[in-house]
Design a protein around this ligand. Structure first.
Ligand SMILES: Cc1cc2nc3c(=O)[nH]c(=O)nc-3n(C[C@H](O)[C@H](O)[C@H](O)COP(=O)(O)O)c2cc1C
Length: 404
C-alpha cells in the first residue's frame, strides 16, 4: 500500500481549475485486444466513433499520424463535418508538409469547423520511421526544424502583408497574406519528452503533452517545462496534456480482473505483432517518452492511487500505454490527482476502444466535472478523492495481486 496522502478540503495551489477531455479517434474496430487484419477505414464504425465522442462530452479528438496510417488532415476534416462541437487535433510531422502549406491546410480546417482546429506537432521519435518518408535528420535537428516551423505557422496565420524568410530549414519569398484561420490563431501542441522537446515546448507551445507518469514525476516535468517558458519571458504558460489508457469496471475488484485478462491478451497481440501494420520492435525505443514509461514499469507495477505500468511493459511502451485501473470513482479520483498537479487536458482511451469511450463518457467524465463544479461553487475539494482510495486503501493491492 502506498502511504495515503491526506485529502484536506483545501484545493492545492498547483491544481488546474478547469479540465478538458481528449480521446483519440479509431477508424476501424481493430484493437490491441482483438486485432482485425485491415488496412482501412470502416466508415460506418468511424462515424459511430466520433459521434460517441461528441455525445460522451469529450472536448477534443486526436487524429494520430504514422507513415502507414490514414492521413490525419483528411480524417480531421471528416471529423469536423461529422460533428458540431468536438475539436479535431491534427497530429502533424513537420517533415511531411511545408510549413506554409500546413498553415493553409490548418486554416482551412479551422474555417470549415468554425474555429475548432488544433495541431499537435510530432518531431519524430524513431529514425527508421522518419526515414520511411525521406526524413534523415537526427532528432535534435528535427526539433530545431520544429521550432522554425512553429514560428512560420504563426506568422502565416497573422502577417497582414507579404513576407520572405531564409532560415536554417526553410526559405521562401514574398508569401502572404496567407489564408487566415476562423479565429485569431490555432493552438499548437508539442509531443515528446526529450530535452529538445522541453525546450521547444517550453518556449513556443500552447500545449505540452505527456503520457501518464507517476504523480511526482509528472509534477517535476510540468515544473521543468514551465520554468523554460518563464525563462523565455512567457506570461502564458503551456497548458498540460496527460494521456492514460484506463481499465474501468463497476468495482475496483472487477476492474483488476479485467486488467489481468486484458494484459494477457494485449501481450499476446504484441508478441505476434498482430496489431498495426508495422512489425513491433522489441529493441529499446529511441523516443524518451517510451523509455520513461519502460523505466517506470521496471521500477514498479503500481503507483499512486491507480497507475498501472504492466500494459507499458508488454507493449514495449509503443504509444500511450500506462493504465489507470479501478471503478469509475477510483479512476475519476486518480484523474483529479493529476488535475491537482496541474494537468488541464486529460486524454483517455481504453483498450476496448469504442465501448470504453462510451463508458467513460457516461461514468468517468461526469464525476470529474462534478468535482470541479463543486470546487468552483464552494472553493473546497469534494470527497471523491478521500472516499475512493484505490491503492492508498487496504483492499486494492490485494485485488491487484489476485489476478496474477
Ligand atoms: C500525446 C502524444 C501524442 C503523440 N502522437 C503521436 C503520433 O500521432 N504519431 C507519432 O509518430 N508520434 C506521436 N507521439 C510521439 C512523440 O511526439 C514523438 O515520439 C516525439 O516526437 C519524439 O520523442 P521524444 O522527444 O520523447 O524522444 C505522441 C506523443 C504524445 C505525448
Amino acid at each position: 500500500m502506498t502511504s495515503a496522502p491526506v485529502f484536506t478540503p483545501q484545493i492545492p495551489d498547483t491544481a488546474a481549475r478547469k479540465v478538458e477531455f481528449i480521446s483519440l479517434s479509431h477508424l476501424n474496430p481493430s484493437t490491441e485486444l482483438d486485432p482485425v487484419p485491415t488496412r482501412g477505414i470502416d466508415l460506418d464504425y468511424f462515424r459511430k466513433y466520433v459521434r460517441a465522442l461528441e455525445d460522451g462530452g469529450y472536448d477534443y479528438t486526436l487524429l494520430p499520424y504514422g507513415s502507414n496510417s490514414a492521413d490525419s488532415f483528411v480524417v480531421a476534416s471528416a471529423v469536423g463535418q461529422l460533428t458540431e462541437r468536438i475539436r479535431p487535433i491534427v497530429a502533424l510531422r513537420p517533415n511531411t508538409t511545408f510549413p506554409l502549406v500546413a498553415a493553409q491546410k490548418l486554416a482551412t480546417l479551422d474555417q470549415l469547423t468554425e474555429g475548432r482546429a488544433v495541431v499537435h506537432l510530432i518531431s519524430g521519435g524513431s529514425d527508421a520511421e522518419q526515414a520511411r518518408q525521406g526524413d534523415y535528420l537526427p532528432k535534435d535537428r528535427r526539433y530545431a526544424r520544429t521550432a522554425e516551423y512553429v514560428d512560420l505557422l504563426r506568422r502565416a496565420w497573422s502577417e497582414r502583408a507579404p513576407f520572405s524568410h531564409e532560415g536554417e530549414f526553410y526559405r521562401f519569398d514574398d508569401f502572404g497574406p496567407g489564408f487566415a484561420p476562423h479565429g485569431e490563431t490555432i493552438p499548437i501542441s508539442i509531443g515528446g519528452q526529450s530535452d529538445q522537446a522541453f525546450q521547444v515546448g517550453g518556449e513556443q507551445a500552447d500545449v505540452f503533452s505527456f503520457w501518464g507518469e507517476p504523480l511526482d514525476d509528472l509534477r517535476g516535468e510540468i515544473e521543468r517545462v514551465h520554468a523554460i517558458a518563464r525563462a523565455a519571458g512567457r506570461t502564458t504558460l503551456p497548458r498540460i496534456w496527460v494521456t492514460f489508457r484506463p481499465i474501468v469496471a463497476e468495482t475496483d475488484e472487477l476492474a483488476w480482473r479485467k486488467a489481468h485478462e486484458y494484459v494477457a491478451r494485449i501481450g499476446e497481440t504484441f508478441a505476434k505483432s498482430a496489431y498495426g501494420k508495422q512489425k513491433h520492435h522489441q529493441h529499446a525505443p529511441q523516443n524518451v517518452g517510451s523509455q520513461r514509461a519502460l523505466s517506470f514499469a521496471e521500477r514498479s507495477e503500481l503507483y499512486d492511487r491507480a497507475l498501472w505500468t504492466r500494459t507499458a511493459a508488454v507493449t514495449n511502451a509503443a504509444g500511450a500505454s500506462t493504465a489507470l485501473v479501478g471503478s469509475p470513482e477510483t479512476v475519476a479520483a486518480a484523474i483529479l490527482d493529476y488535475v491537482d498537479r496541474g494537468a488541464d487536458l486529460v486524454s483517455i482511451r481504453g483498450y476496448d476502444t469504442l465501448a470504453d469511450a462510451v463508458d467513460y463518457g457516461k461514468h468517468v467524465l461526469p464525476l470529474v466535472r462534478q468535482e470541479l463544479a463543486h470546487r468552483e461553487a464552494t472553493g473546497t475539494r469534494g470527497t471523491l478523492q478521500s472516499e475512493h482510495l484505490g491503492n492508498y486503501g487496504e483492499d486494492y493491492r490485494r485485488f491487484a495481486a489476485a489476478g496474477q
